[in-house]
Design a protein around this ligand. Structure first.
Ligand code: PHE
Length: 367
């Protein structure tokens, strides 16, 4: 190393003092310390030196390299700090401005309806249970009496992951909230009284179907539970939710692998200016029946899968679309708009954060 190198180092440090931008600092770094940089070339000369010479030169070259490298780092840090300083100075927030007259932000109808449902069922002694959205094939299908090759599986348009599930099959996005039935029974045993609201996923999309939607599951397991308990519970819940005693239900025999017998529940409505309004028997003139939810007595095999004795424990279960309940109660007609995040839609259909549903004040928001 010569004094010429010392001078070159000094020149580099002087230049560094004057540069103003990170790109210029980077150019200097590449010039000196990059693969083809002059300090890197200087380091390489060490290999061709005699051991004596190297003993003298190595510390000098290392020291020169360190001085330049440290100066570059310091300059970078200083430029970054200055940049942050400038941003903080320009991005001010004037806390003395008055609050907006109309508050921004609202509670999504789905959240509001879920709160309403939790309130109604809490009053009937139901706890809220949850389960994972990324679910094991066993909980979503097998334990619900849908073994592999069961034709009902095909109806679910399932999103699968490539990963193998711990309990066999593949991991998937749950297609319904029913796996929470199994998880709750396995974890808590019996008796049990829960609702399980949450997101579910099916590969399906049109005005009334979106790939993600919301369901609420209900499960009661106890001794001597029968269909009458199911019917009373659904009637009580729907009257409280729609805030009217004029709710007429029609129970139709149906089929779900996890309930036996299975019951499809329709609710009567009448046409009013091209809109459906709940109330009255669907058989009356100008009326109709609308399919509302699936339910039934929990299949013995499901109780067994969950590790309970079906001779001792019986129960009922139901599953409802939360988005659909919200549409019926609050009058939206396109499900897709629920998930567009359009500020105008949210401003129109959203709820105030202060509108907490309570039974005493009336379940409906803004009541
Ligand atoms: N899981 C069913 C569905 O998504 C609904 C259901 C739940 C039916 C519980 C019966 C009992 O369609």
């Amino acid at each position: 190393m010569s004094t010429q190198h010392e001078q070159q180092a000094e020149a580099t440090l002087t230049r560094l003092e004057t540069v103003q931008s990170a790109t210029e600092v980077e150019a200097i770094r590449v010039e000196a310390l990059g693969k083809a940089g002059w300090i890197s070339a200087l380091m390489k000369t060490l290999g061709g030196m005699s051991p004596d010479e190297r003993q003298v030169q190595a510390p000098r070259i290392q020291a020169l390299r360190a001085r330049v490298a440290d100066a570059i780092e310091a300059k970078k840090a200083a430029l970054e700090a200055a940049e942050l300083e400038a941003r903080l100075a320009s991005e001010t927030l004037d806390l003395t401005l008055p609050a907006p007259t109309t508050p921004k932000g609202s509670v999504h109808p789905v959240s509001q309806v879920m709160d309403e449902l939790a309130e109604i069922f809490a009053d009937l002694g139901f706890a809220v249970a949850t389960g994972p959205e990324i679910e094991d094939d066993w909980y979503n299908f097998t334990a619900l009496n849908m073994p592999e090759s069961h034709p009902a599986r095909a109806m679910h348009d399932t999103f699968y992951f490539p990963d193998t599930a711990p309990k066999g099959g593949r991991m998937l996005l749950r297609t319904h909230t029913s796996p929470v039935q199994i998880r709750s029974m396995v974890e808590q045993g019996a008796p049990i009284r829960i609702i399980a609201p949450g997101r579910v996923y099916r590969s399906d999309s049109d005005a009334t179907h979106t790939p993600m939607f919301h369901q609420i599951e209900g499960l009661v397991i106890d001794r001597d539970i029968h269909l009458g308990h199911l019917k009373w519970t659904l009637e009580t819940f729907l009257k409280a939710f729609f805030e009217t005693d004029d709710i007429v239900l029609r129970l139709r025999p149906s089929y779900f692998p996890f309930t036996e017998p299975s019951v499809e529940v329709d609710v009567g409505f009448r046409w009013d200016n091209g809109k459906r309004v709940l109330g009255g028997s669907g058989d009356a003139e100008g009326h109709g029946w609308m399919e509302l939810l699936g339910s039934g007595m929990v299949n013995r095999r499901v109780i067994e899968y969950a590790g309970l004795d079906p001779d001792e424990w019986q129960g009922f279960a139901f599953g409802v679309g939360v988005d659909r309940l919200a549409m019926l109660k609050y009058g939206m007609d396109d499900l897709r708009a629920f998930f567009d995040g359009d500020g105008r839609w949210l401003a129109h259909y959203g709820f105030s954060g202060l509108d907490q549903p309570t039974l005493s004040a009336g379940i409906g928001a803004g009541a």
